[in-house]
Design a protein around this ligand. Structure first.
Ligand code: DX5
Ligand code: ZN
Length: 231
């Protein structure tokens, strides 16, 4: 899986968030988008402390990881939780391939990122909309991708915050070429061109995919916009 995972980090990829899926038929909802060509499945983990909402834990990641890997994809776990270091090994054991943590939740960021890599996963660092890009500067050697939130984390279905765009553009210039740049929140048919203009290559979409009448078609439309830009 290592080679596949590396390519996925630096090419255009749509990462549907299962937070907006129908949990009563989660496996089927994952198949629907993977059959349409999706390779990255985004898992939003919330603890009711770092963010107001509570969502899912390692048990749910484990329930879909074999299916995702079997289809040649990766599980991208977004930890919106306090003390993320306590849960990294559990998500790695559940089959997570990529794990990202918020700088706002990490007291010992370098250590936490090293822990993700030691667990065999790709490590990502995540910034809330108001968190300065300078927080990434000292961990450039410790990350495989960076996530710039384009909403305040906690819920799907929020509006894309255009004020984050200049930070995303600066992030692309700061990050080495082998480091992926992900954005998350409010990405859909109306914002995908703006999102692509920023230089990001990994696009999380929750409600735009799973809130659509036809999730496969919605994912296909967003992936077509990406293909039109290259790789
Ligand atoms: C927000 C989550 C997002 C969210 C995206 O806290 O991190 O991944 O599910 O949902 P949409 O695409 O609906 O904004
Ligand atoms: Zn997310």
């Amino acid at each position: 899986m290592a080679g596949v995972s590396d390519d996925l980090l630096t090419t255009y990829q749509l990462a549907p968030s299962i937070l907006s899926a129908d949990f009563a038929r989660l496996g089927e909802q994952v198949s629907t988008v993977m059959d349409a060509g999706v390779k990255v499945i985004h898992v939003d983990v919330m603890d009711g402390h770092f963010v107001p909402n509570i969502t899912i834990g390692p048990v749910v990641a484990a329930a879909i990881s074999e299916q995702v890997h079997g289809a040649g994809g990766v599980l991208d776990v977004h930890l919106m939780i306090e003390n993320p270091e306590r849960y990294i090994d559990a998500f790695a054991a559940a089959g997570a391939d990529w794990i990202n943590v918020h700088v706002e939740a990490c007291v010992h960021l370098n250590m936490t990122l090293s822990q993700i890599r030691a667990a065999g996963c790709k490590a990502g660092v995540t910034l809330n909309p108001a968190t300065p890009l300078s927080h990434v500067q000292e961990v450039l050697g410790d990350i495989d991708y960076a996530l710039m939130m384009t909403v305040n984390p906690g819920f799907s279905g929020q509006d894309f915050i255009p004020g984050v765009v200049p930070k995303i553009e600066r992030a692309r210039h700061l990050l080495p070429d082998h480091v992926g740049l992900q954005i998350d929140g409010g990405i859909g048919p109306e914002t995908i061109e703006t999102a692509l203009d920023t230089g990001a290559n990994l696009f999380v979409a929750g409600s735009a995919v799973y809130g659509a009448e036809d999730p496969a078609a919605a994912a296909g439309q967003l992936m077509a916009a990406m293909r039109a830009r290259g790789n």
